[in-house]
Design a protein around this ligand. Structure first.
Ligand SMILES: Nc1ncnc2c1ncn2[C@@H]1O[C@H](COP(=O)(O)OP(=O)(O)OP(=O)(O)O)[C@@H](O)[C@H]1O
Ligand SMILES: [Mg+2]
Length: 496
């Protein structure tokens, strides 16, 4: 791609970008949130036609102005926004074979369902994933949805495969499977792969070359072997980042919140007991599917409880809906941001105050929009949210910046206990640092924090104590100071 530029109202997203992708190679594309990675790849996949610049394939100029153009050239993309790319009410098989089906329907060919399911099963087998092809996609977990999207992209033979943060919802084990497949596609099928990720160590694991972007431009293209993580961060942010995890002096007080023998109605959470003290950050970790998200949702009243007790500041309470959770001083930052965390059709400022409207309302219930906007401007600065201004629709922000809005709206909440479910997913290293700092400040202010993540480095970096989940249960409780990645992995994989 040569001299690619594109503008949106008020935003110059790319200016004069050059990038070369080779067959049989895994090429990393990195940059801070809002740098322009997804936009560049959407152009390559034919999602936009109002860009300038040229695209060449084997030295010949080609026209890519629609998704159909890109597909005809063998370019497949797995978009960052998992939810918008899937058809929720269709089965796994239909979603995987969607492109094939659509092509067939255009030509009025009879659809042979057993064959469709068989083909889908074969692809899943190649990916080493166990998902029933008859399952309806909306019932899947986020990680499974991601796998379905990847399966769809390889359902048709492709020459170029673009993966926009494919590993964000995956844990280590699933990532290993994905990498095995990507290496196979590159080495044995000569596919050119473009790999976008904010987990920089992954880049060093599987990519040969790297293109680094900043503010809509390419900063450098190099061979990965010649770089280090610190150097990549420096190129991305334009400055050195000394440490990702800010230091915090823990000042732990009385127990704020506790659950005893909590069991979720469908059994996704079984007999969980845990507590959080004032000023404490408590981690909840485990592999994808261990029940972390379900635990957060059960505590928060968005999943039904079968049995168990909840105590807030020593007093027994009932939480049977998110509304009752919020009114009793709980806040939850959910995992699936587009679905549950933000209102994409609303502007940034109203999203940032959505969780704390009471603060911005007059006694008669009118919203003090000036205050609301001031609050938004503060948060935009604190979290370096990349947006032309606070009035921009959230849908127009980059993936990572949407996540910052989802987290930011809760950071001002008048809650005593904050629950974060994978808050740094898809967020660049600089912004991770900012989020950790704000979470640390909550703890210093005497709040209790429950922090769920499958990233062991984050557990080690910011928590005081951690619970490891396995199969819906707490397998182990650990003092963070006395643990390491090995122990976390041991208990996460069912070790006793
Ligand atoms: N449809 C759109 N309308 C307005 N602005 C847009 C649109 N799409 C992208 N942008 C803006 O273009 C810039 C680049 O966004 P892009 O999504 O390419 O970033 P990214 O590098 O993929 O970031 P992330 O790591 O957060 O996914 C951002 O400032 C974003 O807000
Ligand atoms: Mg992106």
């Amino acid at each position: 791609m040569k001299g690619i530029s594109i503008e949106f109202p008020g935003v110059k997203a790319l200016s004069n970008v050059d990038i070369n992708i080779e067959s049989g190679n895994i090429h990393a594309l990195v940059g801070a949130n809002g740098a322009g990675k997804s936009t560049l790849m959407k152009i390559m996949a034919g999602a936009y036609n109002h860009y300038t610049g040229s695209i060449f394939l084997n030295g010949n100029e080609v026209a890519i102005r629609s998704p159909r153009d890109a597909k005809n050239l063998g370019i497949e993309i797995v978009y960052q926004e998992v939810d918008t790319a899937l058809v929720p009410y269709l089965s796994v098989a239909e979603n995987i074979m969607l492109n094939v089906l659509v092509n067939k329907m255009g030509r009025q060919v009879f659809v042979h369902w057993p064959k469709i399911h068989q083909a889908a099963r074969q692809i899943l087998k190649r990916l080493n994933i166990q998902i029933d092809t008859n399952e309806i996609v909306q019932n899947l977990k986020l990680a499974q949805k991601q796998m379905v999207l990847i399966a769809r992209a390889i359902a048709e033979d492709c020459r170029f495969l673009i993966l926009d943060e494919p590993t964000a919802p995956l844990s280590n084990t699933e990532t290993v499977e994905l990498f095995r497949l990507l290496k196979d596609l590159a080495d044995n099928h000569n596919v050119g792969i473009i790999f976008i990720s904010h987990r920089l160590p992954e880049i060093f694991e599987i990519c040969k070359d790297i293109t680094i972007m900043k503010d809509g431009q390419v900063v450098t293209r190099q061979s990965v072997a010649d770089l280090s993580v610190a150097k990549v961060v420096e190129f991305m942010l334009g400055q050195k980042l000394s440490e990702v995890f800010p230091k915090r002096k823990a000042n732990i007080g009385d127990t704020l919140f506790e659950v005893a023998h909590l069991t979720e109605k469908e059994g996704s959470v079984k007999d969980v007991s845990l507590y959080v003290r004032a000023g404490e950050i408590v981690g909840v970790t485990g592999l994808v599917g261990a029940g972390k998200t379900e635990l957060c949702k059960t505590i928060f009243g968005s999943l039904k409880t079968k049995s168990g007790d909840i105590k807030i500041k020593g007093i027994k309470r009932t939480i049977n809906s998110p509304f009752s959770a919020v009114s009793q001083g709980l806040a939850l930052v959910p995992e699936e941001r587009r679905k549950e965390g933000v209102l994409v059709e609303e502007p940034v400022f109203s999203n940032l105050s959505a969780a704390t409207l009471a603060k911005f309302s007059t006694p008669l219930g009118f919203i003090k929009s000036l205050l609301e906007k001031l609050n938004a401007r503060n948060m935009i600065t604190e979290l370096s949210i990349k947006t032309p201004n606070e009035n921009q629709k959230v849908a127009y922000l980059s993936g990572g910046n949407q996540q910052k809005v989802a987290v930011g709206k809760w950071l001002n909440a008048d809650a005593d206990v904050f629950i974060f479910d994978e808050p740094t997913k898809g967020v660049d290293v600089g912004a991770k640092h900012d989020i950790f700092e704000l979470i640390g400040r909550l703890a210093v202010a005497g709040k209790g924090v429950i922090y769920a993540t499958c990233e062991f480095t984050e557990i080690l970096g910011i928590t005081d104590r951690a619970y490891v989940m396995y199969d819906g249960q707490i397998a182990k409780e650990l003092e963070t100071a006395n643990t390491d990645e090995e122990k976390l992995l041991f208990y996460s994989t069912g070790g006793k």
